[in-house]
Design a protein around this ligand. Structure first.
Ligand code: PMP
Length: 456
């Protein structure tokens, strides 16, 4: 730590940190870090400590840190036109170009992009557009939304309600109606050990069907889901899951919203998670990987089917009463354009697929037989290691032991950032797509050492 660094004091005194134990932080009991630089897959803090960022910030710095091409595009945009709005038919060269580039890459049948700032507000927008759509269609009672336990869709009032994690609900009187939660496709923790992946997928679909029948199909507007559960534990779907769910939704005329804030633009080793799993979304939420977090920007990508209704609606109701000052901010859009070009030019999605598979294979070799490692899973450039006290019963640990938190702290002391996933005893990794095989090997070796240090 720098001697007499005023920033250390200002941080404790003035900065209210998100997702932080506020009292413990104020008392000085939470390890804090002021980050000052980044290059490739590494960050450097104010004390000069260099760390391999196995979580790409918050699953978002997909192209890695310090990309001059994106920095230059941002600087050029700021010099030429730092801001103009996108209300009443306006736009900028960058925002129009980016909308076109997104549609070139999006799954078939996608038609329009509405821009926001982050994943939470994009999900708020999507709820409003879907309600608006059902108002236009003359079915004002079809407004309920079903999301899943363990889903993460943001922390606004409605996006936090979509989120299916109690930590985001209990202190804030959430979830608000009309949001309901159904089962998570968490195969490792299936209700019956004998169930095959396909049988478990069919069971999840039957639980959804039962909820729809209980509530009344005419009351359900949409089903909201990440292609791979992210913050809820990095959980890819079991075999057959999306086909089984899609069949239920189609039968009841319920829209599918794919929240691709983590999976969009390559994290699963393919451009979109929806294509990866054969999902047929009506709306897609995008954020993080759109700009690799070089600037805040999100988007609501709408299918032709949704767009056609909205188009008809404004003829009847007038201009749409929705928008943010910073919708399609040109600096974010310039970052997005440069970011998507860079991903293509450097073949980063293929690298994510290849090195991500290498990371998981290494983790299985190093920890697959460890008596406290219950599950090693992931897809593309995502990897999770779930810890259990007993592999047979799959029981967790006494929370006061803070097993995962301590393992991640050990990992960090040895120069690698992983994430103690907050809702299961799981160490998560979501590295930048530019991760090398050697860096993946370093993550594996240090994770194995951390698990052994904490659990023997
Ligand atoms: N959806 C998903 C799938 C996410 O992972 C996140 C952020 N982790 C969000 C939405 C919310 O995005 P933001 O934090 O930018 O509001």
């Amino acid at each position: 730590m720098l001697k007499n660094d005023p920033l250390e004091q200002w941080d404790r005194d003035h900065f209210l940190h998100p997702s932080t134990h506020l009292a413990e932080f104020a008392r000085g009991n939470v390890a804090h870090r002021i980050v000052s630089g980044g290059e490739g897959s590494h960050i450097v803090d104010r004390n000069g400590t260099r760390l391999l960022d196995g979580f790409a910030g918050l699953y978002c710095v997909n192209v890695g840190y310090g990309r001059r091409e994106i920095a230059d595009a941002i600087a050029k945009q700021a010099r030429e036109l730092s801001y103009y709005h996108s209300y009443v038919g306006h736009g900028t060269e960058a925002s129009v170009t980016l909308a076109h580039m997104i549609l070139e890459r999006a799954p078939a049948n996608m038609s329009k992009v509405f821009f926001g700032l982050g994943g939470s507000d994009a999900n708020e927008t999507n709820i409003k557009l879907i309600w608006y759509m059902n108002n236009i269609l003359g079915r004002p009672g079809k407004k309920k939304i079903i999301s899943r336990w363990r889903g993460y869709h943001g922390s606004g009032l409605m996006s936090g309600s979509l989120t299916g994690l109690p930590l985001f609900h209990k202190a804030f009187d959430l979830p608000l109606a009309p949001i309901l939660h159904t089962e998570a496709p968490y195969y490792y923790r299936r209700p019956n050990a004998d169930m095959s992946e396909e049988a478990f997928s069919a069971w999840c679909a039957s639980e959804l069907e039962a909820m729809i029948q209980r509530e009344g199909p005419d009351t359900i507007a949409a089903f909201w889901a990440e292609p791979v559960l992210g913050t809820g534990g990095i959980v890819p779907p079991p075999e057959g899951y999306w086909a089984a769910i899609q069949e239920v939704l189609d039968r009841h005329d319920i829209l599918l919203v794919a929240d691709e804030v983590i999976t969009g633009f390559g994290r699963l080793g393919t451009m979109f998670g929806s294509d990866h799993y054969g999902m047929k979304p009506d709306v897609i939420t995008i954020a993080k990987g759109l700009t690799s977090a070089y600037a805040p920007l999100s988007g609501s990508v709408l299918s032709e089917k949704v767009w056609k209704v909205l188009e008809q609606g404004t003829d009847e109701m007038g201009a749409i009463g929705h928008g943010w000052t910073y919708s399609a901010h040109p600096i974010g859009a310039a970052a997005g354009v440069a970011n998507l070009k860079l991903i293509d030019e450097l073949g980063l999605i293929d690298n994510a697929a290849e090195v991500g598979a290498h990371l998981r294979a290494g983790m299985r070799d190093a920890l697959g037989e460890h008596p406290n490692v219950g599950d090693i899973r992931g897809e593309g450039m995502l990897c999770a290691v779930e810890l259990v006290s007993d592999r047979e019963s799959k029981e967790g640990f006494d929370p006061s032991r803070k097993v995962t938190v301590n393992a991640v702290a050990h990992l960090m002391e040895n120069g690698v950032i992983g994430r103690a996933m907050p809702h299961s005893e799981t160490i998560g990794f979501a590295p930048p797509f530019c991760l090398t095989r050697d860096e993946a090997d370093e993550i594996v070796a240090k994770t194995a050492a951390a698990v052994k240090a904490v659990l023997g």
